[in-house]
Design a protein around this ligand. Sequence first.
Ligand code: THU
Length: 160
Amino acid sequence: MKEIQVTSTFKVYEDVSKLTNIEQSVMSKAVKMLDSVYAPYSGFHVGAAVMTAENNVYGGCNQENASYPLCICGERVALYNAGANEPKSPIKLLAIVSHNPKKFIDRPVSPCGACRQVISEFATRHGQDFPVLLKGDGDMVYKLESCKDLLPFGFDSNYL
Ligand code: THU
């Protein structure tokens, strides 16, 4: 028997001013996307933005439905928006922000499991890993240099 440990690492920045200009601009787009959220059922707001290798930025935000299982998360909308517009461009950076109007959540949003799987597909699809920025209602920003840090030991197309 041997034991294998799978680890995950991320950086914690005090606030957005500590990010690069490019990171700040992608983060700003994610924040802007909060204005377009459709979340009448959960009241939880998620905005996201993706920068492609062409340096274009695509936004997304959560879109809910009275038939609850049809709700789709903000980061998936942003990624599919990029995928639909630039199917051949690798992703350079993903930023995800959350806002809870009902209670102040200081720490950055932690993407759901389904979104982690979709984020991971975009890395394998283009054979290129990318960093992920996360922010909540507080100033603090988490940066994961690799999207594998969100889903270590994940399932991917190499098994198929
Ligand atoms: N949500 C996201 O948009 N991203 C996540 O990573 C977690 C959850 C959305 C889905 C739903 O509209 C609301 O937040 C509550 O789950």
